[in-house]
Design a protein around this ligand. Structure first.
Ligand code: 76R
Length: 277
């Protein structure tokens, strides 16, 4: 028996790590003017060190991009099992000699996850049947087997993603709405699942052109998910966002926050581009 106020004995140790998946931070900065023309060369070297993906304090994943438009000048996306290792990066930037010139203007905190709508093997098999492939069709077994082989890799990519080496990155937050006439959270699981299957079918057409990472932020930030899209070229970003708005899951139930579009860069190129010299 536990005494009142004591946790039960069989709980795991308290931790800031996730049972599975990584913490994720998107943080955007604006560069402040430098009217006195102070040399930023030393600060530039500090920034290159802080953001060195091979450096001793580097988180597992680090992506840097120049952001278009007035909202921000550049963005950093960071992922790691340890949220404080991620947080140490903006702290180091703030305390560096570039700190006074770099103003954080937007951030988004989230975690990676395997969505409850990713079909298990049995659900995938059921879906094949619903779509008209009979279990005695030779392609049925082959498809189920291929999915069985693919699923662990796909889930690993969702939880511990490798970032593609692509030039365009788009980030935006989103919610599923709770409107009296369109409340996602009032729908039965079977209906949500069917809507997400339609969503997946429309998304899969962008394979090879867009790579997406959905990170969950309920309880971590003001929106429910962060959507990170990498594009092989800019037009694919417009096309996927436009196309997926017609998925019922988005058309009827989604709302979106601000969009940040940027271009992948090394820290040295970014400093040149931002005139941090
Ligand atoms: O294997 C599967 O069937 C995975 C299917 C899948 C899930 C579960 C999937 C596929 N997504 C899932 C979950 Mn998605 N996705 C978005 C957006 O702009 C918009 O309209 C919405 C933003 C895009 C662009 C996108 C792209 N997806 C989710 C969730 C979590 C829902 C939850 O758990 O409640 C959100 C918020 C979301 C939003 N999705 C795909 C894509 C693409 C391109 C695919 C197909 C590629 C793939 O399966 O990896």
């Amino acid at each position: 028996m536990n005494r009142p106020g004591r946790p039960p004995q069989d709980l795991p140790d308290p931790t800031t790590k996730l049972a599975e998946g990584w913490h994720c931070l998107h943080i955007y900065y604006r560069v402040r003017p430098n009217p006195k023309g102070v040399s930023l060369l030393a600060g530039r070297e500090e920034l290159i060190k802080i953001l060195d993906p091979e450096g001793p304090a580097a988180p597992e994943r680090l992506h840097l991009s120049v952001t278009s438009g007035h909202r921000a000048d550049f963005g950093i996306m960071l992922m790691d099992p340890d949220p404080l290792k991620i947080d140490a990066i903006p702290q180091a930037i703030r305390m560096s000699s570039l700190g006074e010139f770099l103003e954080p203007v937007y951030s988004f905190v989230s975690i990676s996850e395997v969505s409850e709508y990713v079909p298990a093997i049995e659900q995938y098999a059921q879906r094949l049947q619903q779509e008209g492939t009979a279990p005695d069709d030779p392609s049925y077994a082959a498809k189920v087997k291929a999915y069985e082989q693919r699923l662990p890799m796909m889930n690993k990519q969702r939880l511990y993603p490798d970032f593609p080496d692509w030039p365009v990155i788009c980030f935006y937050p989103m919610n599923k709405i709770r409107h009296p006439q369109a409340n996602w959270y009032d729908l039965p699981f079977s209906e949500r699942s069917a809507l997400m299957a339609e969503h997946a079918t429309s998304g899969i057409k962008f394979a090879g052109r867009v790579s997406q990472l959905i990170t969950a932020s309920t309880g971590f930030d003001d929106w429910e998910w962060g959507v990170t899209l990498w594009g092989r070229a800019p037009e694919h970003i417009k096309e996927i966002v436009y196309t997926m708005r017609f998925d019922k899951a988005s058309a009827r139930y989604a709302e979106f926050g601000p969009f940040y579009i940027g271009y992948t860069m090394t820290t040295a190129d970014l400093c040149d581009h931002l005139r941090l010299t």
